[in-house]
Ligand binder design. Sequence first.
Ligand code: ZN
Length: 294
Amino acid sequence: MRKILMSRIITNSLSVGENFARRGIGVDTRCKLCNNDSMVMETMEHLFRDCPVSRRLWATSDIGIRAENGSHLPVGRWIMDWIYYLDKQERSAERVVMFLAMIWCLWSVRNRVLFQEINFHPNMFFSQWNQIVTMADKALEMKSSASTMNESSDMGSQDDQVAWIRESKPFCVVGSISDCDHVRIMVDAEWKTVDNAGIGWVVLSSTAVQAEGLGIYGAMKWAVDQGLRHLEVSSDCLSLICSLAGIQKAHHCLADILADVDDIVSFFHCLAFSYIPRSYNKFGHDLACEAMYS
Ligand SMILES: [Zn+2]
């Protein structure tokens, strides 16, 4: 999404007030940051560089940029010039990240002011900016420590990885994910040539019952793919089996999974869910353990 933002800035195709006006779309085209103080049309130059609010943010940020320098340039060119300049400085990676985080946060905060109808406050901007920069710093640290490891231990330790997973903050694009039970899928790909690539992902769930639910749904999807229309699914998670069978109310974290199960139920000619004590579910249990630790 941040790559898309930069390409839209450079191609002057971002949905700012000026571009709406050009297309004859009747929306408020004033700057959303200094909206109360001026009648200035929101252009990309104004939003990212020339707005008095943006200039104050640039000047008070840790990279201390005087945004008025280069104000004769189109903003896409102005951004590229700054990246080029910062890339030649000491701690270039951190400074480029700080700069790009400023651009991203200006756009993000502008959207929050517009769509959530809230008043702009610098704290709103800098809390998001700090979050991004802190995350990027950690990523850069991990990258540099990984590059010093030898070939055979290219990955961080398991403890490092668990700590990273716990502390990392996501960039929410819809809703707020930090305070709800949610499933996290960690994806990676290995690419060597056009016909030699691999992809994989690991599912991390918030609760044990959610993990069991995902397991059951995944197994049922597999059965659908295999054309197995007569199915009994056994699990050692009694509360989940009762929820699937409609005997008890499901935990709210299972709502999405149960809806997905409902979508494929009609495929089966017969379908049953049964409880099996863990001691009798050794094959499934051993396989799940192997997946978790591999
Ligand atoms: Zn403004």
